[in-house]
Ligand binder design. Sequence first.
Ligand code: PRX
Length: 659
Amino acid sequence: MSNAIQSVMHETRVFQPPKALVDTATISGLDAYRTLCKAIDDDFDGFWSKQATEQLEWLKPFTRVLDESDAPFYKWFDDGQLNVSANCLDKHVAAGKGEKTALIFESDDAKVTHVSYAELLTRVCRFANGIKALGYKKGDRAIIYMPMSVEAVVAMQACARLGITHSVVFGGFSAKSLQERIVDVGATLVITADEQVRGGKTIPLKPAVEDAFKMGGCDAVKKTIVYRRTGGKVNWDEARDVWMHDVEANQADTCEPVAVDAEHPLFILYTSGSTGKPKGVQHASAGYLLWALLTVKWTFDAKDSDVYWCTADVGWITGHTYITYGPLAAGLTQVVFEGVPTYPNASRFWEMIDRHKVTTFYTAPTAIRSLVKAADTNPDTHPKHFDLSSLRILGTVGEPINPEAWMWYYKEVGRERCPIVDTWWQTETGGHMITPLPGATPMKPGSCTLPLPGIAAAIVDEAGGDVEQGNGGFLVVKRPWPGMIRNIWGDPERFKSSYFPPELKGYYLAGDGAQRDSDGYFWIMGRIDDVLNVSGHRLGTMEVESALVSHELVAEAAVVGRPDDTTGEAVVAFVVLKGARPEGDEALAIAKTLRDWVGREIGPIAKPKDIRFGDNLPKTRSGKIMRRLLRVVAKGEEVTQDISTLENPAILEQLAKPI
Ligand code: PRX
């Protein structure tokens, strides 16, 4: 890892923001950026008070900005009240923008639907009225397990309209993962679809909900609302199940937005940590929305004429902040895509940018890397065959982007005209934290550059002291910001110890290692904990290990990450079976069984790419698994570290061989 970091830190190429953008950008030039940073430092409360007043519509104005009395349980604008959906929809309709297209939905098989702001508002109101008629109200919690669709946005916005806290579960998660989230969040409502369609294939969703219910603990769920996407076969419980179109039918077109406190939990989104089960990251209403809106305006330099496209799924934080909430609050027209980048072929993204005249394109490094490969093997899919002249700004998110992929994106997609905003942030941060500003920040491939105004990002040692420039350390944020995590649902102790460990002076600990170069640019070195990043998806090694050891054949398992050309990191599992160590075809068959098992326990994204069987795992004399050695072995490298504390050195040779 550290070698790779050294090489990116030595990256010397610098790319200036294009003049046309500097001339028109909201934050124009580095001086403007610095002035804004200073203004916030000089008058922190005054700045945030002004932003919250100007950017949001309040139903009851706030009088307090930041309440730090119960830190780290920070409260922002906490005596104010507002409604998030009214800020995303009603606001634009009232301003005469009702006819403007809010969503351009493109289905997997390329059918395109335009939904205006007025139409979206009507659908949200009808659905919200329907949910209300079923007896749901402010304070309830709903699980949303849906495909990328207009309906998923409607469901989230309808919950926000009623003050129902939603928890979206990515459609790629298994019934087991879904059940754990239903139970943990205490959901009384589940909103799902019959099936989802991706890459020409249908994948059942409602059946997974039924399986989750069968696993028990879900009795609090009174209704399951089902969006009919395909008409595929589903079982039906007359007392519990109801079609989404029936919920909306005969409802009024308007629905009074419910006033919620600024700190009311808008949503809970589960993400992986280094230990235990995924944690429910709880976000507030007002501060979160303000940060979502401001970062859309700053990072994407949002203009009324933009056609914006974020390729994430609403099951992840990126889809929350940069599809459902931020762009709508900013009144943008955005593309929502049901499918995958490689179907019907790997030019799908380029075709869609051309078709919809996309100006702002935001995707993951993994997608770029896979499309680079595809264009190499099938030149017809190369972006040069498409008219991408509408593009203004490119963005990446979720994982480090290697300089080669950055250069390809910059040259072949952006044609050297478009800045790339490499946005570093997390589920917990609510929105962007460290990123270039398209009209201000000179870019270096592989660096997320500088913190946004108001973000006191720093790199510190174990005692919370600033490290010397150029040295690595823990990435922290020294001051609260409005979009920050408020709690871990049901586990305030874990919230405090995971994110604000006492030894770090009360700073927010991101869980990433980072370095800063002589220009003050941040270079992310990856996680400092046992969290993996596979295709931009966060996975705890412990989660995969628990899934493996829950299989009847498995005695012990250790999971590590290995750098991967396409997915960034790949999951490698070292497994000790209860019986004899398998070899040859038997090993292959058991590996397949275990891979499928992990897919069922967590979801396909967690399936180990490589499984190795051993008679034992490398352990210290006190029985601790030596993961750092496994990481070396997983990479296929020679172990050169000190192994004097290792009880069973011979095991390394056995584990070094792929099956
Ligand atoms: O390790 C960092 C990596 O993704 C983690 C956050 O994952 P998640 O909560 O799933 O949110 C992903 C979408 C924001 C971080 O701790 N990460 C995210 N963005 C970048 C990144 N690593 C390097 N560069 C980035 N731009």
